[in-house]
Design a protein around this ligand. Structure first.
Ligand code: SAH
Length: 369
């Protein structure tokens, strides 16, 4: 009887670059071009089963089925928002939740992917925090999230009609999984694969200072966004406990180092979630502007109205409050944008990813596959 290897032993091919796949097939005694073919099938045509890669000899496909995996994530359920946003709730081979959000926009699509299952950080305004850290995702699991979203939106192997931007703003703290994240970005950047280059990718961090400095030294790096949420250490300690480890002075010092690596048109992004009556006063807007101006970093601020979720003790700031906060920042020379929430009705918006499955009405549930 044929015994399949356990998932841990099987090689997860979606997380390998083209040269790595070529070396892998060479260890099987196959010529290099078979590796290039296999890479194209997995990454360009986004095929998720060896059996479907019919341009490979049948014996090779059988062999691959024995020792490797083309797909490990399973979609458990998917939801479609009234605004076109789609949320996928998936499971890893070891049954941990992974969530990905596909956000269609006029000129491009944005895919918001997760870097970890759950999250170890304890930000009080984010629902994902309540899961705790289950584990970091592998490069292959990161790449698969993008493939699943694109295949669902456009069909397997169909070239997306618009550009694809990626944001590492799903569950998890990407800079606590930097090696796997960068490996995934190398795989996806290949012109013979999905060809999504790092310049199309934004990584958001709660402020893991040493890794910000590492990222600054990385060639071909993605863009960086910093989740700020508060203008003072006192409040930030409360909202984002990571601030106790790396307070604002350390964080902005690292941003200053990172700034030296910005390209001419590039800016660092600061994200500021707007919590009614907590961090949204005129005084706090002035404090934020003064803080950023003190460090004179080439940056912009994205104000994100809080996305409420049942157990979270916050409400979103009113539109007028957000507007007034923005005006104060702009009057002090800070470029400020207000982010429109997407997919709130299906728990797909920022800070709402917590593997929710049961609380939705049937109309938004598209069905599992
Ligand atoms: N751990 C990373 C990436 C995930 S969070 C980070 O902290 O940056 C992505 C963004 O969503 C962050 O800017 C965070 O501040 C924001 N966010 C979290 N919970 C939110 C909520 N309930 N409403 C609105 N934005 C939220």
């Amino acid at each position: 009887m044929l015994r399949l290897p356990s998932m841990e032993k099987a090689v997860q091919l979606t997380g390998l670059t083209q040269p790595e796949i070529v070396s892998f097939v060479e260890t099987l005694g196959e010529p290099a071009y078979r590796g290039r073919q296999l890479f194209g099938a997995l990454q360009h045509r986004r095929q998720r089963s060896f059996d479907d890669i019919t341009d490979l000899p049948k014996e090779l496909r059988t062999r691959l089925n024995d020792i490797a995996r083309a797909a490990t994530l399973k979609v458990e359920s998917q939801y479609l928002s009234d605004d076109g946003t789609r949320r996928y709730l998936m499971k890893t081979h070891d049954s941990l939740p992974v969530e990905t959000v596909f956000i269609p926009e006029e000129r491009r699509d944005t895919i918001c992917f997760s870097s970890q299952s759950g999250c170890p950080l304890q930000c009080t305004f984010c629902l994902t925090a309540q899961l705790g850290l289950l584990r970091s995702l592998t490069a292959g699991e990161i790449v698969e999230q993008i493939q699943i979203a694109l295949n669902d939106a456009y069909g397997t192997g169909v070239k997306p009609p618009r550009g694809t931007n990626l944001v590492a703003m799903g569950a998890g703290e990407p800079l606590l999984n930097l090696d796997q994240l960068l490996q995934a970005l190398r795989v996806m950047a290949d012109p013979q694969g999905m060809h999504i280059v790092p310049n199309r990718v934004t990584v958001s961090t709660a402020g893991v200072v040493p890794r910000i400095l590492d990222l600054a030294k990385t060639s071909d790096r993605p863009h960086l966004a910093i989740s700020l949420a508060a203008p003072t250490d006192e409040l930030r300690n409360e909202l984002m406990p990571i601030n106790k480890r790396w307070p604002l002075d350390d964080l902005l010092g690292a941003c200053k180092v990172f700034e030296k690596t910005l390209k001419p048109n590039e800016r660092l992004t600061f994200e500021y979630v707007m919590l009614d009556g907590v961090n949204d006063s005129d005084e706090q807007a002035r404090q934020l502007a003064n803080l950023l101006n003190r460090y004179t970093i080439k940056s912009k601020v994205n104000l994100i109205p809080h996305n409420p979720a049942d157990p979270l003790p916050y409400q979103p700031s009113s539109d007028e409050r957000v507007e007034q906060f923005k005006n104060i920042l702009e009057s002090k020379g800070i470029h400020t944008y207000v982010r429109r929430p997407r997919g709130r009705d299906i728990f797909a918006a920022c800070g709402q990813l917590a593997a929710r499955q049961t609380t939705l009405t049937n109309t938004n549930l598209v069905g599992a596959n």
